[in-house]
Structure formats: structure tokens, C-alpha cells
Design a protein around this ligand. Structure first.
Ligand SMILES: Cc1ncc(C[n+]2csc(CCOP(=O)(O)OP(=O)(O)O)c2C)c(N)n1
Ligand SMILES: [Mg+2]
Length: 366
């Protein structure tokens, strides 16, 4: 028998609609209403300005460490905007812009980043999972939710976000396999920002793309310019429609870049060059989209300035509000909550002892 190449019925597309020079592929331009374009832009702008303010607050010691979003706003907003409120949003830890789109308050982000559990409470009326720090673990939660949604015969879909680093985790591979085998209505959104803390992409995989991993699991995969919101939006629409129609999962690789530090506890100058970062700063998704909207007449220069002002005011009000709310938070007894439905007797005794000590005005022994 001869040795012949197998004709696999699959291929991976790469999609770019609005390139970094502002050139538009008019044939691929998605049909998005002016109102929705402005909503998307405002969400990206809010994500960007809030991120900048959080960095200032962290440097001033007014919040703890946090992972910046800067540069990844298009990848997040272009994808999450296809979810209905009863769909399932399953984030990792860097999806602040997407979380705000879902309706999470700015205050809760600030409060959570100060270590108060009050800031981590889930949104009412939304099927949103909390931030997931163990890298890749949320992929398993997403496919379980997806399988459950189809088992219950609802038309809810699931969108999960993760990074390039997560694609080296077992959880990712198990989740992709499970999602494809059970044709779960899941959109896997990989934000390939090319770094996993200090590990560069070439140490993460020998694959030419991350999108091609979809082939092995038997689901459609696509690589999009993650800094081009029109490309992300189009690919995510196709994937969300496919999932909702009962045609199974899709893997989307959004090629982007983490222009900031991993978290505020990290110094990227120790492992990458300024020149590399500069190349990606030039590919910033926000001014690219802004130029498109100005050129299309959906946004005027004056409206853009007003929007900037409005967003900054919204952020300032949230900071003031959060700082006021936090003055009455931080009851040490709360450390016993949220782990057990019924507190084990040993912990219940410790809680009582602490309560007595606090009531008597005594110092808490370390
Ligand atoms: C299972 C696990 N291993 C290691 C870590 C420490 N850690 C936190 S974020 C991160 C890198 C994640 O990189 P990537 O998936 O590309 O996401 P990004 O941070 O770039 O958004 C690592 C190794 C962790 N949180 N969980
Ligand atoms: Mg990464």
C-alpha cells in the first residue's frame, strides 16, 4: 500500500478587516449599526481609561495588585458583545473590560482589588462566573456548562476566555476535547497576547498558530487580528451563531499583545525589549477603531471628546464611591465566611473567640 498524504477536511483561516494602517477590507466589513458601533467603542474606551486609573491607584497604594488589560480591549469587547445576559460568560483573570460590558460595576472591581469579598459577589440576573486564577481551569467549567445547556435543551451558549499560556495546561486540552465530542455550545476565545508572565509564545508551543489546535479536536478554528475589533466581532458572531444553532464549539485565536506588565507585581523590562513593545503599541486597537468611526461619520471629533470626558467622570465617581463604601468594610469575622456552608465546630469556636476578643476591645493575637 502506498504512503500518501491524508486529505484532512479542514483548514484554518486568518482574518483581518481593519488593519493597523487603518485600511479597511470593505468586502469583509461587518454590518453593525451605528448605535452598536458606538457602544463597542465606549466599552473599549472605558476599559482603557479604567485600566489606566487602576494602575495609578495601585502605584498610590490605593488598590492591591491587578492584571492590566491594555491592548486587549478589542479582543474582549468584540467577542463578549455577542452574549445575551442568560448566556454564560466564563472569564480568566484579565477580562476586566469584558466584565464591565457584562454589567459588573467599576466599584466592585476596586473593592475586590482591595481584598474585600464584597467586591467579588456575582452579578444578579447574569450567568457570569467569577474570575478564575488557576490558569486554564475555567475551560472545564465552560464545557460543563455548555453540555448542561444543550442537555437541558436551552439555547444558551457559553463563551470562555483564556490566554496563550493556558493552551499548555491539561485542563485546556480536556476541555477542548470534551467540548467537541459533546458538541457543546461553547466559544473558546484565546487571547494570544504572546506572553505568559515571562514565558514567550515560542516556549509555549511549537505550533505555527494556536488556532490549528482546533483541528486536532475536530472543531472549527480561526486566527483573527485581535487588535481589530471588526475581525474579532465577525469571527465571534459566526462562532456564537454556530453554537446557538446547535452546531457545536469554535476556537478563536485573537492575536494580540500584552503591552503592559503581567500584573503590577511584575517588571517586564527584565525579560523583553522596549522595541518589541513599541511595535505593538503602534498596533493599538483603540485609535484604529476611533479612526474608522470618525471616517465613517459615526463619531465626530466633538462627540469623541465628550465621550472621553463622560468616561473619566464615570471612573472618578466610581473611585470616590468605592473608597467611601470601603470605609465600613473589613470585619475580621468575615474571614470565616464563604468556605463552608456549615462552619466546622473547631472554626465555629475560633470565630466565637475572635468575636469575644473584638467585643472586649482586645488586641487580636497573631
Ligand atoms: C495552574 C496555574 N499555574 C500557574 C499560575 C501562575 N500564573 C498566573 S497567570 C500565569 C500566566 C498565564 O498566561 P496566559 O495564559 O497567557 O494569560 P495572560 O496572563 O497572558 O493573560 C501564570 C503562569 C496559575 N495562576 N495557575
Ligand atoms: Mg498570555
Amino acid at each position: 500500500m502506498p504512503r500518501t498524504p491524508l486529505a484532512l477536511a479542514t483548514s484554518i483561516d486568518s482574518l483581518s478587516i481593519l488593519d493597523e494602517t487603518g485600511q479597511l477590507d470593505a468586502g469583509l466589513e461587518p454590518d453593525i449599526s451605528g448605535e452598536m458601533l458606538l457602544k463597542l467603542y465606549r466599552a473599549m474606551l472605558l476599559g482603557r481609561r479604567f485600566d489606566e486609573r487602576l494602575l495609578d491607584l495601585q502605584r498610590q497604594g490605593r488598590i492591591g495588585t491587578f492584571p492590566p488589560v491594555k491592548g486587549q480591549e478589542a479582543a474582549q469587547i468584540g467577542a463578549v458583545s455577542h452574549l445575551r445576559s442568560d448566556d454564560w460568560f466564563v472569564p480568566s483573570f484579565r477580562e476586566t473590560a469584558a466584565e464591565l460590558w457584562r454589567g459588573r460595576s467599576l466599584e466592585s472591581v476596586i473593592i475586590c482589588n482591595n481584598g474585600f469579598s464584597e467586591g467579588a459577589r456575582g452579578l444578579q440576573g447574569h450567568n457570569d462566573l467569577p474570575v478564575s486564577v488557576p490558569v486554564g481551569s475555567q475551560v472545564l467549567h465552560a464545557v460543563g456548562l455548555g453540555w448542561a445547556a444543550s442537555y437541558r435543551k436551552t439555547d444558551e451558549i457559553v463563551m470562555t476566555f483564556f490566554g496563550d499560556g493556558a493552551t499548555s495546561e491539561g485542563d485546556f486540552h480536556e476541555g477542548m476535547n470534551f467540548g467537541a465530542v459533546f458538541q457543546a455550545p461553547v466559544v473558546f476565545v484565546c487571547q494570544n497576547n504572546q506572553w505568559a508572565i515571562s514565558t514567550p509564545l515560542f516556549r509555549q508551543t511549537r505550533s505555527a498558530t494556536l488556532a490549528q489546535k482546533a483541528v486536532a479536536y475536530g472543531m472549527p478554528g480561526i486566527r483573527v487580528d485581535g487588535n481589530d475589533i471588526l475581525a474579532v466581532w465577525s469571527a465571534a458572531k459566526e462562532a456564537a451563531d454556530r453554537a446557538r444553532a446547535g452546531d457545536g464549539p469554535t476556537f478563536i485565536e485573537c492575536l494580540t499583545y500584552r503591552v503592559m506588565m503581567h500584573t503590577t507585581a511584575d517588571d517586564p523590562k527584565r525579560y523583553r525589549t522596549d522595541a518589541e513593545v513599541e511595535v505593538w503599541r503602534q498596533r493599538d486597537p483603540l485609535p484604529r477603531f476611533q479612526r474608522y468611526l470618525l471616517g465613517k461619520g459615526v463619531l465626530s471629533g466633538a462627540e469623541q471628546k465628550e465621550l472621553e470626558e463622560e468616561v473619566l467622570q464615570q471612573i472618578q465617581a466610581a473611585v470616590e464611591n468605592a473608597e467611601k463604601q470601603m470605609q465600613s468594610m473589613g470585619d475580621p469575622l468575615e474571614m470565616f465566611d464563604h468556605f463552608y456552608a456549615e462552619l466546622p465546630p473547631s472554626l465555629a469556636a475560633q470565630k466565637e473567640e475572635l468575636a469575644r476578643e473584638l467585643a472586649s476591645g482586645g488586641e487580636v493575637r497573631s
